[in-house]
Design a protein around this ligand. Structure first.
Ligand code: BMA
Length: 319
């Protein structure tokens, strides 16, 4: 049974592969759609070691036949410009449900951070189905409806209600149509993750296995005793790990297993050093027919990388 292997060709996508203005390429959503691998990635431009100039964020698209070698579209897909309320969309996650491709994304607005859900059939036009109240983000959709409803994991960030401690948890909501969300319940608290002393949040959209919904999450450990690498600030201390959990097939708000250690942690140069070093941010997970799982993750808020493992190995870690 194959353990976890980070791809030797990592990063699979970085600014140098992008045919338009680009500094940081990371936190992508990845899925298989109409026979192709599709990556929708966050592209931040105007950031340089030592400064920022004319900075912005757009969303780009890349296609692949094997999930490893990517061809980027010649122009960005989505960029918010001259909107008095919304400044940007970022951190997209993709889920194919009943043959249509849904995208969750974070939205920075003048009045807080919102979680958006959109649908596209061609990665050209898209329809926004809902935007949450602030502050909420890191939303992901399950690949099938359960008892007739769309299911979404999400990460509200209640500062007042959590004592201004940056102690944020993973929640779940349901919707009949992806527009109206409710029946919200807690899935996983930060206190249940031994390698988080700060916030956690959903990672890639879950994949279905006979043992349960296999899902990644990110977990933040804030080091009081050491500085991490990174060129945004000289005081970067938040290490982001990739975690792994198993959720009940019928009621995914029930956690039936969790791997007590980080599945993914920063160890290579492309993970340790970048805009914000030691940040691992899973956003895409694909279960192949032969049982191989590809996990795509943002590395150091600068690159997009991939790791693979056998699905049964991943399930065994959660038990
Ligand atoms: C979070 C988000 C992510 C980012 C992470 C680490 O709060 O902004 O987009 O990858 O921080 O910097």
């Amino acid at each position: 049974m194959k353990g976890l292997i980070k791809y030797s060709g990592n990063p699979v996508l970085s600014a140098q592969n992008i045919p338009y203005n680009s500094s940081l390429v990371f936190n992508a959503g990845v899925t298989k759609y109409n026979g192709k691998y599709i990556m929708v990635f966050r592209n931040d431009y105007g950031f340089f070691p030592g400064g920022q100039k004319d900075k912005g964020t757009n969303i780009g698209v890349a296609f692949s036949d094997d999930g490893l070698n990517w061809e980027t579209q010649p122009t960005p897909w989505i960029e918010i410009k001259d909107d008095p309320e919304i400044s940007r969309f970022y951190d997209p996650r993709l889920t194919v449900i009943d043959g249509r491709c849904y995208m969750c994304f974070a939205v920075d607005t003048e009045h807080g951070v919102r979680g958006g859900v959109a649908v596209t059939d061609d990665f050209d036009s898209y329809e926004i189905l809902s935007m949450s109240t602030p502050d909420n983000r890191n939303m992901v959709l399950f690949p099938e409806k359960i008892k007739g409803n769309f299911i979404r994991l999400e990460r509200p960030f209640p500062e007042y209600g959590r004592g201004y401690k940056e102690r944020f948890d993973i929640w779940m909501s349901e919707s009949p149509d992806c527009r109206y969300w409710g029946d919200t319940r807690l899935v996983l608290g930060t206190e249940d993750v031994p390698f988080a002393n700060s916030k956690i949040g959903p990672g890639a959209p879950p994949v279905k296995t006979s043992a349960g919904w296999l899902t990644t999450f990110h977990a933040v450990w804030k080091h009081e005793d050491k500085l991490l690498k990174g060129w945004e600030t000289s005081d970067w201390r938040k290490e982001y790990y990739g975690g792994l959990a198993l959720l009940d097939l019928d009621d995914p708000s029930k956690v039936i297993g969790i791997y007590k250690e980080p599945l993914l942690k920063a160890e290579h140069e492309y993970e340790i050093d970048g805009f914000r070093g030691s940040v691992i941010f899973p956003g895409g997970m694909i279960l192949e027919d032969d049982g191989e799982v590809k996990i795509y993750y943002g590395a150091a808020d600068t690159f997009e990388a991939v790791a693979t493992a056998d699905v049964n190995y991943l399930i065994s870690l959660c038990k």
